[in-house]
Design a protein around this ligand. Structure first.
Ligand code: GTP
Ligand code: MG
Length: 221
């Protein structure tokens, strides 16, 4: 049972978009369960999880739709971003192609999604390049940073997005992304009708659903 609280709860639908393997599911797992898995399986269709952020005057309950980045699932994306109040558009800081894809998602959201949607641009896998900056031995095959923070910041400034560089592996800035989004949700925000898309059987990751139930009593931030 939730602890008694005088604060009202606002339910917010959030969608994650981005190229395959940039770390969308890993960011959600870090936020919801404070956990990280190396070599995780790609998402099939989408996964649904929930997590709360406690603000001084209200609680934000995120209903999180973690979409699959593989191209074969691209046609499903509108079903998940429709009626979403907020989106995380994720790229991998070591993969310039994923930043181009992120730009594409931002354009698509601006054209097709709810007006006023709060969008956060997220450059993930910073741990890979932080090692390099600190002069640690990453080995010859260690990835280098190929998307500069300035590029991400410029896109964010041009398109009025929040911008963070994160690591799902170390936890760097993960709570901060969700907290910043929570703070940008207007007080009067109401859950849109039919917020949940009609998801076909087999397209939801059932393990992720269980994770959602297990974690829904805790606030992450
Ligand atoms: P799709 O579901 O296919 O769209 O991929 P995704 O964007 O959900 O990526 P996922 O979270 O499955 O991560 C892909 C791989 O990158 C996994 O092997 C993760 O362990 C790894 N990974 C994710 N985030 C990070 C990170 O911040 N740092 C490092 N080093 N690896 C990460
Ligand atoms: Mg995934």
């Amino acid at each position: 049972m939730d602890p008694p609280s005088a604060n009202p709860t606002t339910t917010v639908k959030l969608v994650l978009l981005g190229e395959a393997a940039v770390g969308k599911s890993s960011l959600v797992t870090r936020f919801v369960n404070d956990d990280f898995q190396e070599n995780r399986e790609p998402t099939i269709g989408a996964a649904f999880l929930t997590q709360k952020c406690s603000l001084p005057n209200r609680t934000i309950k995120f209903e999180i739709w973690d979409t699959a980045g593989q191209e074969r699932f691209a046609s499903l994306a509108p079903m998940y971003y429709r009626n979403a109040q907020t989106a995380l558009v994720v790229y991998d800081v070591t993969k310039p192609a994923s930043f181009i894809k992120a730009r594409h998602w931002v354009n698509e959201l601006k054209a097709q999604a709810s007006p006023g949607m709060v969008i956060a641009l997220v450059g993930n896998k910073m741990d890979l390049v932080e090692q390099e900056d600190e002069g640690e031995e990453g080995g010859e095959d260690a990835p280098t940073k190929k998307v500069a923070a300035e590029e991400g910041q410029k896109l964010a400034d041009d398109e009025d997005l929040l911008f963070f560089e994160t690591s799902a592996k170390s936890g760097l800035n993960v709570k901060e992304v969700f907290l910043a989004i929570a703070n940008k949700i207007p007080e009067e925000s109401r859950r849109p009708q039919a917020a949940r898309p009609a998801v076909e059987d087999g397209r939801i990751d059932l393990n992720a659903r269980q994770g959602a139930h297990a974690s829904s009593q805790n606030c992450a931030c």
